[in-house]
Design a protein. Structure first.
Length: 486
């Protein structure tokens, strides 16, 4: 019997290898719009890889590199976490997701990093880039130099936030290398990649990474989404002292990417006793890159079949009064896969059910504008930010003197209409149906741009002025919305 064991083991190995070969032949058709990777954080050993070396658009997982370069500069003494940065017009003009601060707003490196990593704030990524590299181009050069030093041979960057750009490319392989490097080189700043939620004023935003607070041992990293890339996620978890990193690129929803990452991690943690059956896939840096163009998933992700615009905060946890609630949709076949979850009851549950459950209770981390504060000064700063959120009224007055009310929001309306209205306050009665005579009547604090563009934001019954002039649909225009959120 003992003599048969080596033969049995060899036969099982051959069968397993044959199955893997068949799967590899079918993989390009079955998983052409998705890339998956699972590695050990310490050794870099590859446990699973599907399309892992196909180039991909990174979207907001780009911000892992932005955080790495920034924190490396902090570690090297070039700046500190308390260094004050200023929001520039360029930063304020970035597309959502963003904090939405006006140009001139100041905040620390520490708070900008937290906002960027939890809310995936594109404006904060530019604030950090300009603070460290002087400009977007200067910081992108630092990102590319760092990528080459880390061995990320399939990666190139043109911006710090991952908003759509043809030259912004990476791969699951390179993201695995980056995640390992972050943990190895910046262990003292690791907490930035697993903050469960932030509180800014009255608003609480949960981490877009749905594994945080749900999957046992989840401790990183970052999500990303643009239409061309699909839903991306770099995730990590630690169990019994062993840390794994999972990369999912091109999932069809925020829930789906979390479910797939959880399944990868669970598979990795449960395979300890079967390692002798699996052929070695080597280490992540030895995976051979594929020379190809990144797949463009725009039609699948942002086509007309979607009931609502896709974005990185798909199914994100957002609350206004300090609470956190979770919601998740079923993910088709993925919802039927079950796995063990340590410490949870019942012990066997569907991955989608785990992602749909409420996250573990956690106190949101306070973030605020201005310099570093503690004690009563911190309480006052948080209260001041909350007051600004609750009173947006001054914006209506500014529209009379400012041609461009917000650098991040540029309506197509012509600002010179406001001057025409000022020159003819009562020249024509309401019957003239002219959109520029809005200033002839008293205004009860109308909406923003009311002086120049009564219907500029298409809110037909928002003020008394509009009620007094029913025949003015002509001036209605809408600000252009960005095609992608990251």
């Amino acid at each position: 019997m003992h003599a048969l064991r080596p033969l049995l083991r060899k036969s099982l190995f051959n069968l397993f290898a044959a199955a893997l070969a068949c799967a590899a032949l079918l993989a390009p058709r079955a998983a052409s719009a998705e890339a998956l990777l699972l590695i050990e954080a310490d050794s870099g050993k590859v446990l699973q890889a599907e399309n892992a070396t196909i180039p991909w658009y990174p979207a907001s997982v780009t911000k892992i590199m932005t955080a790495y370069v920034t924190l490396k500069a902090v570690k090297d003494g070039k700046l500190t976490l308390d260094t004050i940065l200023t929001v520039s017009p360029t930063a304020a003009s970035q597309s959502p997701s963003k904090m939405g601060f006006r140009p001139g707003t100041q905040l620390t490196v520490d708070n900008a990093l937290k906002m960027m990593m939890v809310k995936s704030a594109n404006d904060m990524a530019v604030v950090l880039a300009e603070g460290v590299g002087g400009s977007i181009d200067g910081f992108s050069a630092l990102m590319n130099d760092t990528a080459q030093k880390l061995g990320m041979t399939q990666t190139s960057y043109v911006n710090p936030n991952g908003l759509p750009a043809d030259g912004q490319i990476t791969s699951a392989r390179d993201l695995g290398i980056l995640a390992r490097s972050f943990l190895r080189d910046l262990p003292e700043y690791e907490y930035f990649v697993h903050i469960p939620a932030i509180r800014f004023g009255k608003r609480v935003t949960g981490n877009f990474n749905k594994l945080i607070g749900r999957y046992p041992g989840a401790d990183g990293f970052k999500t990303g989404f643009i239409c061309a890339s699909g839903y991306n996620l770099v995730a990590s978890a630690t169990r019994n002292g062993r840390r794994l990193i999972a990369v999912v690129l091109g999932a069809n929803s925020g829930t789906a990417r979390a479910v797939k990452a959880a399944q990868l991690l669970e598979r990795g943690f449960s395979q300890d006793n079967l390692t002798w059956l699996r052929p070695s896939l080597g280490t992540v840096d030895k995976l051979v890159p594929v020379d190809a163009s990144p797949p463009n998933l725009r039609d699948d992700m942002c086509g007309g079949h979607r009931k609502r615009p896709a974005s990185d905060d798909d199914d994100a946890l957002i609350a206004t009064n300090g609470g956190m609630s979770g919601s998740a949709s079923a993910t088709g076949g993925e919802a039927q896969v079950t796995f063990f979850t340590a410490g949870l009851q019942p012990p066997l549950m569907k991955a989608s059910e785990l992602m749909a459950s409420a996250p573990a209770a956690a106190e949101p981390v306070l973030v605020y504008t201005g310099p570093t504060r503690t004690g009563t000064a911190l309480i006052a700063a948080v209260a001041a930010d909350a007051d600004q959120q609750a009173t947006p009224k001054p914006r209506g007055k500014k529209s009379r003197v400012a041609k461009k009310p917000d650098a991040a929001d540029k309506p197509a309306d012509k600002p010179k209409d406001a001057k025409t209205a000022a020159a003819k306050p009562d020249a024509k009665p309401a019957a003239a149906a002219k959109p520029t005579d809005g200033k002839s009547a008293a205004k009860p604090a109308g909406p923003k741009h009311a002086a120049a563009k009564p219907d500029a934001v298409a809110k037909p019954a928002a003020s008394g002025e509009q009620a007094a002039k029913p025949a003015k649909p002509k001036a209605a225009t809408k600000p252009a919305k960005p095609a992608n959120n990251s």
